[in-house]
Design a protein around this ligand. Structure first.
Ligand code: UT7
Length: 327
């Protein structure tokens, strides 16, 4: 290939652990209710990984499903990027263990850590590497076992999250015209470390030598999320030369139904253009965007040629958006 390259997104897949935990089940152990959780978040249930299931197991299942959907053999994969904040171990990277479980011994595999924005970060990094000629086919995975870092006695956080994994397959193609090409058309990443204390884990290898638990000032995070997401979506559209009305589907990070609604309103988009899975999956951090994407592709809502806006915001703070022409 000689000219500029584009990363076409040629398949997706996902995996959810078998065990489903309802709001009512949580209300037996913490002072909460199905009504409160649904009204404030839209969440009805979440999937929780079995004790023996690690993040790399969830990631590998999602990767296999995405490769099958794309019709790509593992031997073609030259790059694996996993977005996760809940790795199996402090090191090695989850991506290397996905590589091992898929039986791949060539190419590169590494993790990206941007918490709930992780998938947008991983997609942007993988897209840049594919366009730079580092790999022809890349697996981009978001995978989390947030159940392992939740304080199950803290009702303000434990009801919000779930476990799962989602993946996409990228393939290098000649770029032609941004208005007609399929694939990753533009993306933008942001971070601002001043907001560390709004959303963090109170432990880690270099601070406490423990894993720690997630802590969040939910109301502040909510406020910043709506502002930052609406603004980054605008930036990505400007960069690519599109307008909000051109978007067929917004595939957002699934933290809270009210964040999805407020962001859509700010952008002047109707909610029937927004993919929502937070009711079934809760917040699965880096897995939520590819899980939502896979749900809407597999149920037939997202079709080849549709213009998708993927967006997310998370701890750090980090946030970002990516514009993708599907299929
Ligand atoms: O993925 C990364 C990004 N994360 C997010 O985007 C999360 C953003 N934040 C949110 O989604 C919302 O702020 C929450 C769902 C976390 C909280 O909703 P809220 O409407 O902002 O509620 P609040 O924190 O202001 O709390 C309202 C009340 C409090 O009681 P008081 O102080 O008013 O008496 C809480 O103690 O609700 C209480 N509360 C609960 N009650 C029943 C908090 N958690 C619960 C609960 N069950 N699980």
């Amino acid at each position: 290939m000689s000219g500029a390259l584009r990363s076409r997104v040629i398949g997706c897949g996902s995996y959810l652990p078998q065990r489903v935990v309802s709001n009512d089940e949580l209300a037996k152990t913490v002072d909460t209710s199905d009504e409160w959780i649904i009204e404030r978040t839209g969440i009805r249930q979440r999937h929780i990984a079995a004790d023996e299931q690690k993040t790399s197991d969830l990631a590998t299942e999602a990767a296999k499903a995405a490769l099958a959907h794309a019709g790509v053999d593992v031997s073609e994969v030259g790059l694996i990027v996993v977005a996760t904040a809940t790795p199996d171990d402090t090191f090695p990277a989850v991506a290397t263990q996905v590589q091992r479980k898929l039986g791949i011994t060539h190419g590169a595999a590494f993790d990206v850590q941007a918490v709930c924005s992780g998938f947008i970060y991983a997609l942007t990094v993988a897209d840049a590497m594919v366009r730079a000629g580092q790999a022809k086919v890349a697996l981009v995975i978001g995978a989390e076992t947030f159940s392992r870092i939740l304080d199950w006695e803290d009702r303000t956080t434990c009801v919000l999250f779930g476990d799962g994994a989602g993946a996409v397959v990228l393939r290098a193609e000649e770029a032609s015209n941004i208005h007609t090409d399929h694939g990753v058309l533009a993306s933008r990443l942001h971070s601002d470390g001043r907001y560390r204390d709004m959303l963090y884990v109170d432990g880690g290898p270099s601070s406490t030598r423990t894993t720690g638990f997630l802590r969040m000032k939910g109301r502040e995070v909510f406020r910043h999320a709506v502002e930052n997401l609406a603004s980054v979506v605008g930036e990505v559209l400007d960069e690519a030369g599109f307008e909000p009305k051109d978007i067929d589907w917004v595939v957002p990070h699934q933290a809270n139904r009210r964040i999805l609604e407020s962001t859509a309103k700010k952008l002047g988009l109707s909610m029937d253009r927004v993919v929502m899975t937070v009711d079934r999956h809760a917040n699965t951090s880096a897995a939520s965007v590819p899980l939502a994407l896979d749900a809407a592709v597999k149920d037939g809502r997202i079709k080849s040629g549709d213009l998708l806006m993927l967006e997310a915001m998370g701890g750090g703070f980090t946030w970002g958006g990516a514009l993708v022409r599907w299929g």
